[in-house]
Write a protein that binds this ligand. Structure first.
Ligand SMILES: O=P(O)(O)OC[C@H]1O[C@H](OP(=O)(O)OP(=O)(O)O)[C@H](O)[C@@H]1O
Ligand SMILES: O=C(O)c1cc(=O)[nH]c(=O)[nH]1
Length: 221
């Protein structure tokens, strides 16, 4: 679910403006899930733009407190959400930890980096949700460490049914700044994408887990 329509539209517009949305139908991206996709939303780029990362930080901080109450700790999902998660923690004056996809193989062999105590209330910050598997693995690790996970916030979700089901099964509330529906609406209205690209995305969105074609690369300008 998005926080609200205004934020969803503004966030989508900012992502398009900084060219964080890449289209590459002829040489598809491989996602974390292994799915092939003509689209890639690179939210990591937002960190390079201070006014945009400040906007994201403030929207996250305001809305997550409204939704979940003020947590004891903010957790970022590594690596994509370490930067933005830390900015949120700093803005809210809260401790921060980050969660690796798996325990580190040397050193202290930690999966969670930072100081976390059993029973602490944690809100998880993620940059992007496709299937939700990466984020929910982080939630699992936090719960195993004794944290009380209050919910998750992310910059963007594709809104796939599989993610909705995964979050429902895990009993975790997910709120996002923006989503695919708002992104597409704006990209079409402001002519960031051609009719041909629109058509590709239409075909892809009908069956994203099985979509795959051969083609060339473009970024949405
Ligand atoms: O919802 P999912 O299907 O799990 O996909 C989304 C995940 O993929 C990306 O991480 P990636 O694995 O590319 O690693 P990174 O964060 O280190 O860039 C992104 O940052 C999410 O964590
Ligand atoms: O599923 C992914 O791996 C993924 C998709 C996407 O659009 N952006 C991203 O950073 N990861």
């Amino acid at each position: 679910m998005i926080f609200n329509k205004d934020t969803a539209q503004k966030t989508a517009e900012l992502l398009l403006q900084i060219n964080a949305i890449k289209l590459n139908p002829k040489n598809p991206f491989t996602w974390a899930s292994g799915w092939k996709s003509p689209i890639y939303c690179d939210n990591r780029i937002t960190l390079s733009f201070p006014p945009i990362r400040n906007y994201i930080r403030e929207e996250f901080s305001k809305n997550l407190e409204k939704q979940f109450g003020k947590p004891d700790v903010i957790a970022g999902v590594a690596t994509g959400a370490i930067g933005i998660g830390m900015l949120v923690a700093e803005y809210m004056g809260l401790p921060f930890v980050y969660v690796r996809p798996e325990p580190k193989k040397h050193g202290r062999q930690n999966q969670i980096e930072g100081f976390l105590q059993k029973g602490q209330n944690v809100v998880v910050v993620e940059d992007l949700i496709s299937t939700g598997n990466s984020s929910l693995m982080a939630v699992e690790a936090l719960k195993e460490a004794g944290a009380n996970v209050k919910g998750m916030v992310a910059i963007f979700t594709y809104g796939f049914d599989v993610a909705t089901e995964n979050f429902k099964k895990a009993n975790i509330d997910l709120l996002t700044l923006s989503n695919y529906e708002n992104l597409l609406e704006l990209a079409v209205a402001k002519r960031y994408i051609t009719e041909e690209e629109q058509e590709t995305l239409k075909v892809w969105s009908k069956s994203p887990s099985t979509w795959n074609v051969e083609s060339d690369s473009t970024s949405v300008k």
